[in-house]
Design a protein around this ligand. Structure first.
Ligand SMILES: *[C@@H]1O[C@H](CO)[C@@H](O)[C@H](O)[C@H]1NC(C)=O
Ligand SMILES: *[C@@H]1O[C@H](CO)[C@@H](O)[C@H](O)[C@H]1NC(C)=O
Ligand SMILES: *[C@@H]1O[C@H](CO)[C@@H](O)[C@H](O)[C@H]1NC(C)=O
Length: 362
């Protein structure tokens, strides 16, 4: 008899003697692991960027058929006059991750999609400050965020409407956008309209209080996509809508024999987001009661099923923790099949065992 049989038997007895097993699960609200690099001593110590170094904080504007122009921290006036910018449209500000720069492909991958959807696109390039020891980089994102907010504030004085600003951050950039938004609130008394955080960094941020990292209070609407919560990402709820893709920790692999481990799962969020932009309405996530329930893929059992969409069509009034099932390969979406647990990737993998027990284990 299988382990599963005994587990089910145990769970049945549990539900009969109700209450007995309710408190027997030692896992906390966020689940059991504390995660990679949970605590970085001194990580909330103030960091400062000398004025002489501000020349390394760059603003790259993209538009007019993927052409780009680079501006410095002091050039808000020129940015506002750039022919690629039109303040009648929405403006996307993109913040990249650790070690990354606007010369590398992730920036184009995301910027091209937003440009195609008629956004003004401004990418911040702070590679100089993100290419130092990670402990220091995570601290430097505070002043970096503040200085970016200074430029955004000047742009609002030149015609940019706060309710048309969206911030998109990946990994360390997913925490940087929080510092941008908080300082923008402080300087203008206005909210950024939307923050999309793709796998906001967990290392050095996991145990920080909400005012030291991304939080739902940072903007009118904050959407967070989690794909590697115990590795490079972070398990805590940080937005109005938090989507835990395939449980949030590991993503399914296209290769049957080789898993998608931390780095693979962390970066998977980029391909998922691009696909969500290209395929609106196709990524349907199911609401959960807790992060643990999302980790355990138990949200299918929560009735009646409540859903929300990942992408630009998210219902901003439907807040909560969501579980999103995907397929193993691009474009990843399952459409309405995602509401059926039979299509969950982990289930498909367990079928391989169930059907061919003897072949595999002899
Ligand atoms: C900013 O945009 C909002 C929503 O599009 C609009 O209601 C508001 O009037 C705009 N504010 C200014 C100063 O243009
Ligand atoms: C800004 O957004 C937060 C969170 O969404 C909200 O609680 C707050 O009232 C907003 N502030 C303003 C000035 O709109
Ligand atoms: C958005 O979500 C709210 C809250 O769950 C719900 O009342 C509303 O009907 C939803 N809107 C749409 C367009 O589905």
């Amino acid at each position: 008899m299988s382990v599963n049989y005994y587990l089910n038997l145990f769970l049945s007895i549990c539900s009969i003697i109700s209450g007995l097993c309710d408190s027997s699960d030692p896992r906390s609200e966020q689940g059991y692991p504390t995660g990679l690099m949970s605590v970085c001593p001194g990580s909330t110590k103030p960091a400062r960027i000398p004025r002489s170094q501000l020349k390394y904080l760059l603003f790259v504007v993209q538009g007019l058929g993927q052409s780009r122009k680079k501006y410095t921290y002091w050039a808000a006036r020129s940015i506002a006059k750039d022919p690629r910018i039109n303040f009648q449209r929405k403006t996307l500000l993109l913040a990249l991750g650790y070690l990354d720069s606007t010369n590398f492909p992730i920036s184009s991958m995301l910027a091209n999609e937003y440009e195609a959807r008629d956004y003004n696109v401004i990418m911040v390039d702070y590679q100089r400050f993100a290419t130092v020891h990670y402990y220091l980089a995570s601290r430097l994102m505070r002043p970096v965020g503040k200085h970016i907010a200074e430029v955004l504030t000047q742009l609002t004085e030149l015609g940019l409407n706060a309710s048309k600003i969206e911030l998109l951050g990946f990994s360390l950039g997913g925490q940087t956008v929080s510092y941008i938004a908080k300082n923008f609130q402080r300087f203008t008394g206005r909210n950024i309209s939307k923050i999309t955080a793709l796998e906001p960094s967990g290392p050095c941020f996991r145990t920080l209080a909400p005012n030291d990292r991304l939080d739902a209070s940072n903007a009118d609407f904050v959407e967070v996509i989690h794909t590697n919560i115990d590795g490079y990402g972070m398990a805590a709820r940080m937005g109005h809508v938090d989507i835990f893709v395939n449980g949030g920790e590991y993503q399914p692999s296209e290769l049957l024999l080789y898993p998608c481990t931390s780095t693979c799962s962390h970066f998977r969020v980029l391909a998922l987001w691009v696909s969500a932009l290209k395929n609106p309405g196709k990524f349907i996530a199911i609401k959960c009661d807790s992060i643990q329930q999302a980790r355990d893929a138990k949200c299918y059992e929560r009735l009646p099923t409540e859903t929300n969409l990942m992408g630009l069509k998210t219902n901003r009034s439907n807040h909560g923790i969501f579980y999103l099932s995907t397929s193993k390969g691009y474009p990843y979406y399952l459409g309405p099949n995602g509401l059926n647990s039979e299509y969950a990737s982990w289930k498909q993998i367990s079928y391989v065992n169930d059907n061919d027990d003897d072949e595999i284990y002899t």
